[in-house]
Design a protein. Structure first.
Length: 105
C-alpha cells in the first residue's frame, strides 16, 4: 500500500475550528509537522518540527495555494508516514517521509 502525499493530506484534513460565542467566530486548528528523516538520523526529528495552521474557509484550491506559498516543494511532495493527536494539547502530529510505499507488519 502507498502513503498519501502531504499535499493530499492537506486537501483531506479540515482545519476549520468554530469558536462559540467569540466575535471572530472562526479560527484554524494547528498541526505539528515533522520533516522526513534528515542527515542527523531519526532522533533529530523530535527537535525538528513546525506548527502550522491555514485559512480553510474557502475552496480547496485556495488552501493549497496558501500552503505552496509557505511550504517548500520537498515538504508538499513528502508522504505521510504517521500521525496522531496529542490528547493533552489537541495538536495533530504529522510525521513525513520520502518513501512512497509503506511497510505493514
Amino acid at each position: 500500500m502507498n502513503n498519501i502525499t502531504f499535499k493530499q493530506f492537506l486537501l483531506t484534513y479540515n482545519f476549520r475550528y468554530v469558536i462559540d460565542g467569540s466575535e471572530q467566530g472562526y479560527d484554524t486548528q494547528i498541526i505539528r509537522i515533522y520533516p522526513p528523516e534528515g542527515e542527523n538520523g531519526p532522533y533529530s526529528r523530535q527537535h525538528e518540527w513546525i506548527e502550522f495552521g491555514i485559512y480553510d474557509f474557502s475552496e480547496d484550491s485556495w488552501k493549497i495555494n496558501l500552503a505552496e506559498k509557505f511550504l517548500n516543494e520537498n515538504i508538499m511532495n513528502s508522504y505521510v508516514e504517521d500521525f496522531y493527536v496529542n490528547e493533552k494539547t489537541s495538536i495533530l502530529h504529522i510525521y513525513l517521509t520520502n518513501k512512497k510505499e509503506r511497510d505493514y507488519y
